[in-house]
Design a protein around this ligand. Structure first.
Ligand code: FAD
Length: 456
């Protein structure tokens, strides 16, 4: 059992790392350090974003452990977004409009709301879509779109704001944040026995191995009683997850609005066509409107030199998007807000998250820890929908640390390499859009040059 003054190290001060940090600090843990390779909010954090979609509760009705745990995470996070003074200011309960263009995607939307149909209003014609927002916002013809609107119980969160607020509150309670080279973890140092001298990392050869320490880019060795790995899509670069994590990237771009446009676009519901893209209202501070083109994601495959098979996907940072992604985003604008479709983008980036095969988080003790000496917890696998559960992640991690997590949650979130044997790296995992395929960054011919001088 963890004592309140035991040292705890969190690797990653992104969405989940900051949630864990504030939860530990609030619960009296006085010796918590968080490491991140960048200042918070990190430019590579999936959560460092203008907005993320939030739905209260979950529609999951079956009785699997996964549905149970997902419903639980939703219940915990909903309470926090509605009531917790740290998170509450960032939740905008605007409702949303969900839509699809093809019959198959629309059928899947209907499947998602089964049993809850009375909470939704059907939206089918261009006029009905346009009327979901103030006049002048949606000017498109919505050709082929069908969907439904939900006026309450959903909306969006100001994602970057929530991360920074959790970080600041944790800091006030004594959590130390070490960022930059001093916080960039380059190696996990394992040994066969945690009492031994720090040794070079070694593959699990059937012996029990424990985490001794982590090494940062400045050469410092950080030792702690308990270490938590929460560095998102980059976790796979530090530890062999046996194919349980697939770093997958999505694409986003910003359009700069005028102050009067931003005023008109205030308090809008989220508009999400699961095959085309989505947007939420512009940032109150910068007046930027974020547009995402929707697709099953890009990967950056790493191939085995022995048999040519894919071993995984390797994330890289880029503050541009493929030209084909820009074209999809503009097409989405043309169908919804043609008056913005040709406006320059002011910012764009690819944004990585780690997909587990079942899209459930992976929160568990590293299985090779020495019996009776659990000291290394994993909290990864946002799987493209891990922002809304941010406040719940810290709470569930605390349950693991205090050895009081319930059996069904534990089973749903456990280390589960058996689910990733011969993983299909091209699996769309119930996502739609683009050509209906996971795409390979290696096939991208051209990228945008947003904000770059063409003469350079
Ligand atoms: C384009 C896009 C849109 C999304 N939209 C939604 C949405 O609408 N709703 C929703 O619920 N979810 C959404 N998600 C998913 C959600 O953003 C992620 O699931 C969630 O943010 C993951 O949190 P994380 O803490 O695991 O990772 P991150 O937030 O990425 O944090 C990881 C942190 O680890 C740090 N780090 C990385 N490597 C190291 C290292 N070696 N040493 C130290 N620190 C390191 C990084 O700098 C970063 O701060 C979206 C994701 C993307 C990409």
């Amino acid at each position: 059992m963890l004592l309140n003054d035991d040292s705890i190290l969190i690797v990653g001060a992104g969405t989940w790392g900051c949630s864990i940090a504030i939860e530990l600090a609030r619960n009296g843990y006085s010796n918590v350090t968080v490491l991140d390779g960048e200042e918070v909010p990190s430019s590579i954090a999936a959560g460092n974003d203008l907005n993320k979609i939030m739905e209260e509760g979950s529609q999951s009705e079956d009785d699997t452990d996964a549905a149970y745990a997902w419903n639980r995470l939703h219940a915990l996070c909903t309470k926090a977004w509605l009531e917790d003074p740290i998170y509450k200011p960032f939740y905008h309960r605007t409702g949303y409009v969900m839509a699809a263009s093809s019959d198959a995607a629309f059928a899947s939307l209907l499947e998602d709301i089964k049993g809850h149909e009375d909470e939704y209003r059907h939206v089918n014609t261009a006029e009905e879509f346009q009327n979901t927002m103030p006049r002048g916002v949606l000017t498109g013809n919505f050709k082929g779109w069908r969907g439904f609107a939900k006026e309450t119980g959903a909306g969006w969160v100001y994602a970057r704001g929530a991360i920074v607020a959790a970080k600041r509150a944790a800091e006030k309670l004594g959590v130390r944040f070490i960022t930059g080279k001093k916080g960039e973890v380059v190696e996990l140092l394992f040994s066969e026995d945690t009492r031994a001298e720090i040794s070079t990392p070694r593959k699990d050869n059937g012996l029990r191995i424990g985490l001794d320490a982590v090494k940062t880019a400045d050469g410092t060795i950080h030792k702690a009683h308990t270490t938590i790995l929460a560095n998102g899509a980059n976790a796979d670069l530090l530890l062999d997850f046996q194919s349980q994590l697939r770093p997958t990237a999505w694409t986003l771009a910003h359009v700069k609005m005028t102050p009067s446009e931003a005023e008109l676009y205030k308090d809008l519901p989220v508009l999400f066509n699961i095959e085309k893209g989505f947007f939420m209202e512009p940032s109150a501070e910068t007046h930027e409107l974020k547009i995402c083109d929707e697709h099953p994601g890009y990967i950056s495959p790493v191939y085995s030199s022995e048999n040519g098979k894919i071993l995984g996907s390797k994330p890289f940072a880029r503050h541009q998007i493929p030209i084909e992604s820009e074209a999809r985003a503009r097409n989405f604008l043309r169908e919804t807000m043609p008056h913005l479709a040709d406006r320059n983008f002011s910012f764009a980036r690819i944004c990585w998250d780690a997909d587990t095969p079942d899209r459930m988080p992976l929160i568990d003790w590293y299985p090779h820890s020495r019996p009776g000496k659990r000291n290394f917890l994993l909290a990864v696998g946002g799987s493209g929908h891990g922002f809304k559960v941010m406040p719940a992640i810290g709470q569930v991690v605390l349950e693991f640390l205090q050895d009081r997590v319930d059996e069904r949650t534990r089973r749903a979130l456990k280390w589960r390499p058996e689910t990733a044997v011969n993983r299909n790296w091209w699996d769309v995992q119930d996502r739609w859009g683009a050509e209906g395929k996971v795409m390979d960054f290696g096939d991208v011919k051209e990228w945008t040059s947003i904000g770059e001088s063409r003469d350079e």
